[in-house]
Design a protein around this ligand. Structure first.
Ligand code: F6P
Length: 358
């Protein structure tokens, strides 16, 4: 008999349920009545405070296309894990206690970077862990792709597509702000797919004068409108030079809701253009997973099940060169996969005329 826990933690995405279905269906299929699955509720919160439910095959039926997570999720920062809660509860010990109480053989944890760090901590504490890489940001080291990313690319691209028609009608400059505070994968892919003229990402700090020059070049060429895909975490060259402390101080008095509004003001001042900002926000994490993610999730989930059956623990399940693989958690936890400014995709985007404002 195998006893398996499932937990979804951090910001949600479209393919969490599809991935859990992949794990569960494979386990039921291979082990029949010899497996019990427990759903831990609301991420690490449920593990700390002993909130879980016994699940059956019925729980996983019809969820391939369902966005969000049937288990609920919460953000519990890695940093806070070693700090007792307001009642003095040792969170790590509490998580171990729930795991032992349920007599789990393995805990399957679906989440992004922060979640992965806690997963690795639990591994170090002696629990059997398998991590599955979730995030619309695609910033997890050791896997070519995270589930959620392609679905979010689709939504952000749709948004840029819609902006195209209205931008053209009014001859405006439009900024579409795409999710991603630390990395620009989503902005880069949606920007290219949506035919954005300027793409600003955290990995390539921008110079506002270069951004304006790219807009003016289009105006001179009678293009009529310009679309910028801007990551939430896009940063100017000047700000990128600030120390962490200086940048924090600057942001404490930042008068704009986000970088896009600062850019809009500067562009309007410097070029005289009529500028608008559109923020699709959390719609990028919503709705059904796209077919790419359904396939990826099913494969990663099935591979996790295989590893549970073979008792291979302490790994993240990734996909590299089209094949699923197991990556030791200790090798990847805490590492961020960023866009390389010298990568082929950047060079190719520049070749077709996309400006990165650098
Ligand atoms: O990590 C996923 C993500 O959607 C980021 O792209 C975004 O910056 C952040 O989460 C938003 O977090 P929250 O849902 O807590 O506002």
């Amino acid at each position: 008999m195998k006893r398996v826990g499932l937990l979804t933690s951090g910001g949600d995405c479209q393919a969490l349920n599809a991935t859990m279905r992949g794990v569960a269906k494979s386990l039921y299929n291979e082990l029949g009545g010899d497996v019990e699955i427990f759903g831990i509720e609301e991420g690490y919160k449920g593990l700390i405070y002993n909130e879980y439910r016994h699940m059956t095959g019925r729980d996983f039926a019809g969820i391939l296309t369902k966005g969000g997570t049937i288990l609920g999720s919460s953000r519990q920062s890695f940093k806070s894990m070693r700090t007792p809660d307001e009642n003095g509860l040792d969170k790590v010990e509490a998580m171990k206690k729930t795991y032992r109480k349920l007599e789990l053989d393995c805990l399957v944890i679906l989440g992004g970077n922060g979640t992965q760090k806690t997963a690795n901590l639990l591994r170090e504490e002696g629990l059997n862990i398998i991590h599955l890489p979730k995030t619309i940001d695609n910033d997890i080291w050791g896997t070519d792709m995270t589930f959620g990313f392609q679905s979010a690319v689709d939504i952000a691209t749709d948004c840029i597509d819609c902006i195209h028609t209205t931008a053209a009608s009014h001859g405006r400059v439009f900024i579409v702000e795409v999710m991603g505070h630390k990395v620009g994968w989503l902005t880069l892919h949606a920007g290219i797919a949506g035919g954005a003229d300027i793409v600003l990402i955290p990995e390539i700090p921008y110079d506002i004068d270069k951004v304006c020059a790219a807009i003016q070049k289009r105006t001179k060429a009678k293009k009529g409108f310009t679309i910028l895909a801007v990551a939430e975490g896009a940063i100017s060259k000047a700000d990128a030079k600030l120390s962490k402390k200086e940048y924090k101080a600057k942001m404490a008095d930042y008068p704009y809701p986000s970088v896009s509004y600062e850019l809009a003001e500067l562009i309007a001042q410097k070029t005289g253009a009529d500028v608008r900002v559109t923020v699709p926000g959390h719609t990028q994490r919503g709705g059904s997973p796209k077919p790419y993610d359904r396939v990826l999730s099913t494969r990663l989930g099935a591979r996790a099940a295989r590893m549970i059956i073979d008792e291979e623990y302490g790994y993240m399940v990734g996909i590299v060169n089209g094949e699923t693989c197991k990556v030791p958690l200790e090798d990847v936890a805490g590492k961020l996969k960023m866009v390389d400014p010298n990568a082929g995709i950047i060079e190719e985007a520049k070749l077709i005329g996309i400006s990165f404002g650098d």
